[in-house]
Ligand binder design. Structure first.
Ligand code: PGA
Length: 242
């Protein structure tokens, strides 16, 4: 059985005070969330300790948005797996398109981060997806195939989550049609040697499209940016009707 994972990606939003305010509103709304799904909050590093305290004894899991491949060293601005684990982090987003686009992340550095995260006991959420130009040129399949081939060298598929995030659908309100996302995720699964990997969809997921997205047979959850910042909205997504 593939696990359903509903993950929020807060990106560079929320101070600790704002995170606490969110959780006071959000956690009571998840008390009746069905146990067939796992909720994860991937928060900025400075929020980890605060959010971790709130999540103690709760089923909502803590996630981070990046991890370095070395155990420690002179890597200004980076963070190690041990530092994340100490805060109670279970999941870590790796290779988000914003990191690839603005911070020089490549399939090779993604691969190093994935392997290090797994070796240290974190579950990586690997993001893949095509730009608008690549989609228009009809190269979606090849682009994703290359991201997977290079990114997944020596990566354990049993300890991995993949998020299919078409870049043109991120933060634009321009959601990929549920059937198209389902088809591409099916193609991603066909490329993997293990069919039990959970594959999420990400890109303008909102309360008003979550039920349709989760009704698709290939889609095992969502990675949510903007709509995860509001307690009511993310709770509605986590409590999708399925
Ligand atoms: P969005 O972001 O939901 O705001 O489109 C998704 C993501 O970047 O993970």
């Amino acid at each position: 059985m593939r696990k359903v994972i509903i993950a929020g990606n807060w990106k560079m939003f929320k101070t600790q005070a704002e995170a606490a305010e969110f959780l006071q509103g959000f956690l009571p709304l998840t008390e009746a969330t069905p146990e067939d799904r796992e909720i994860v909050l991937c928060v900025p590093f400075t929020d980890l300790a605060t959010v971790s305290k709130f999540l103690h004894g709760n089923l909502v899991r803590l996630g981070a948005q990046n991890v370095h491949w070395e155990a420690d060293g002179a890597y200004t601005g980076e963070i190690s797996a041990a530092m994340l684990l100490e805060q109670g982090v279970r999941y870590v987003i790796i290779g988000h398109s914003e990191r690839r686009q603005y911070f020089g992340e490549t399939n090779q550095t993604v691969n190093l981060r994935l392997k290090a995260a797994q070796q240290q006991g974190l579950v990586p959420i690997l993001c893949v997806g095509e730009t608008k130009e690549q989609r228009d040129a009809g190269t979606t399949k090849q682009v994703i195939a290359e991201q997977l081939k290079a990114g997944l060298v020596d990566v354990d598929l049993k300890k991995l989550v993949i998020a299919y995030e078409p870049i043109w659908a991120i933060g634009t309100g321009d959601t990929c049609a549920a059937e198209e996302a389902n088809r591409t995720i099916g193609e991603i699964r066909a490329q993997l040697t293990n069919s039990t990997v959970s594959i999420q969809y990400g890109g303008s997921v909102k309360p008003d499209n979550i039920d349709e997205i989760m009704a698709q047979p290939e889609i095992d959850g969502v990675l949510v940016g903007g709509a995860s910042l509001d307690a009511q909205s993310f709770a509605r997504i986590a409590n999708y009707q399925g």
